[in-house]
Design a protein around this ligand. Structure first.
Ligand code: GDD
Ligand code: MN
Length: 413
């Protein structure tokens, strides 16, 4: 229970990573200019110093018109607690402790979701980003930039004492990014920067979906950023604590690039517009394809081994194929849905429903093949193929629209 509201931690926003257009739950008068997020993980020994330096600096240029938001991922060294103990001395400081989620990029977005400012910024909590650059970033925003970032690769920028290997890795990552996602990485000289400010309006109402470390990629890739300004800075050495970068961040970086490429590329945009669940459809199609072989194999068995009649063999093999398709669709194509309805009865109901849909599919096949072969004189195999295609689309569409789930009101609920 929080008795003193000034000492309470910020509530962690949940749900999609989307920044509200207008600052929620606050009065117009409470809106401020800048919200600067400081993501932290095990930065206990840096926190007081950075809060003090940033406050002194920002008090000078925008007294009472900014806030600092520390977003700590439940650091085992209790960084969040140290930060919280500073609040009485720094009223513009707010602290968020995340327990459920992890990761630098999502921490930054969660912080921005709780922010009150029109300008949203981020700076590392380990003092490797020189605080003096902040005022230059603010100036760029005031001059009209949608995004102002601190860059190591423009005049005045650099790294203090990086080894050749580290420089090479950093530049290699940049080149790789330029190849995969030129439209995003090509817009700035330092796409790896984690020190920047962006207008809320440029990234509001967009669903973000970052992996790992590089939040700037997400902002440029998904936001509506027109003007970008860069300010040089020297990436300093750490005095306290240590970097959290491991090989895992390199993998996540590549994953992030690919994800952005897929969802923001031309194809991704078309996909979003028509909003067709292509992945699900492909799975459904693959399952249907497997069903054809099951059908044929069982048909062959019944005819040759058991010597069953033609009609009976046809119906029985078709039913086995339906069962095959149902099982795969239930665990794979619609697995996300059926996992929420795991009861035996529910599964049986889904199976019966699937049978009914498939039966309708067979009738549709018969109609289509008659139309194409008898009325239009098409080759019978081509006609059969087209009939299968139409029935597959029908089957998929109905199963999708019926949501694969069964309405099952049990007595105990
Ligand atoms: N909340 C949270 N959760 N914070 C994290 C996490 C996390 O999982 N991982 C790291 N941080 C915090 C750190 O505590 C630090 O304040 C900041 O994010 C940067 O992390 P470092 O581990 O110090 O990163 P770095 O210095 O190696 O990497 C920096 O590389 C760029 C330049 O190439 C990035 O931090 C960029 O911001 C920087 O510009
Ligand atoms: Mn660092």
């Amino acid at each position: 229970m929080n008795i003193n509201p000034f000492n309470s931690l910020l509530t962690v926003p949940t749900g999609t990573l989307k920044i509200p257009e207008v600052t929620q739950n606050i009065d117009e008068n409470d809106a401020i200019f800048l919200s600067l997020v400081i993501p932290t993980y095990k930065e206990r020994d840096n926190i007081e110093k950075i809060v003090s330096i940033l406050s002194t600096l920002l008090d000078e240029v925008m007294l009472n018109n900014y806030e600092l938001i520390i977003v700590d991922d439940d650091s085992p060294d209790l960084t969040w607690q140290v930060a919280q103990s500073l609040v009485p001395d720094y009223p513009q400081l707010r602290v968020m402790r995340r327990v459920e989620e992890r990761g630098l990029s999502s921490a930054v977005i969660r912080g921005w979701q709780a922010a009150r400012g029109q300008i949203l910024g981020v700076i590392d909590g380990d003092l490797q980003h020189p605080p003096e650059v902040l005022t230059q970033l603010v100036d760029q925003i005031k001059a009209g930039a949608d995004l102002a970032l601190a860059s190591r690769h423009v005049d005045g920028g650099g790294v203090s004492s990086w080894s050749v290997v580290r420089r090479f890795l950093s530049r290699g990552a940049q080149v790789l990014g330029l190849i995969i996602l030129p439209g995003v990485l090509g817009r700035v000289t330092d796409p790896m920067s984690g020190y920047f400010m962006v207008r809320r309006s440029a990234i509001a109402d967009v669903t973000m979906n970052p992996v790992g470390y590089k939040i700037l990629l997400e902002v440029i890739g998904r936001g509506n950023i027109r003007e970008i300004a860069e300010v040089g800075y020297v990436f300093c050495e750490r005095n306290e604590g240590e970097s959290k970068v491991t090989w895992k961040q390199y993998i996540e970086y590549i994953q992030h690039l690919i994800r952005l490429r897929v969802s923001t590329g031309r194809l991704g945009k078309i996909r979003q517009k028509i909003n067709f669940p292509i992945g699900r459809f492909l799975r459904f199609g693959a399952v249907g394809f497997s069903g054809v072989f099951v059908d044929l194999a069982i048909f062959h068995l019944l005819r040759t081994v058991i010597t069953l009649g033609l009609t009976r063999s046809t119906i029985l093999s078709a039913e086995v194929a339906i069962l095959n398709n149902f099982l795969w669709n239930d665990v794979w194509t619609f697995g996300d849905i059926s996992r929420k309805q795991q009861g035996k009865r529910q599964r049986l109901k889904r199976f019966l429903k699937f049978n009914v849909v498939c039966l309708a599919g067979i009738i549709i096949q018969a109609l289509v093949i008659n139309l194409l072969y008898n009325s239009l004189g098409m080759n019978q195999y081509l006609a059969k193929l087209m009939a299968i295609a139409v029935a597959t689309i029908w089957n998929f569409w109905v199963n999708l629209k019926l949501n694969w789930r069964v309405t099952d009101v049990s007595k105990s609920e």
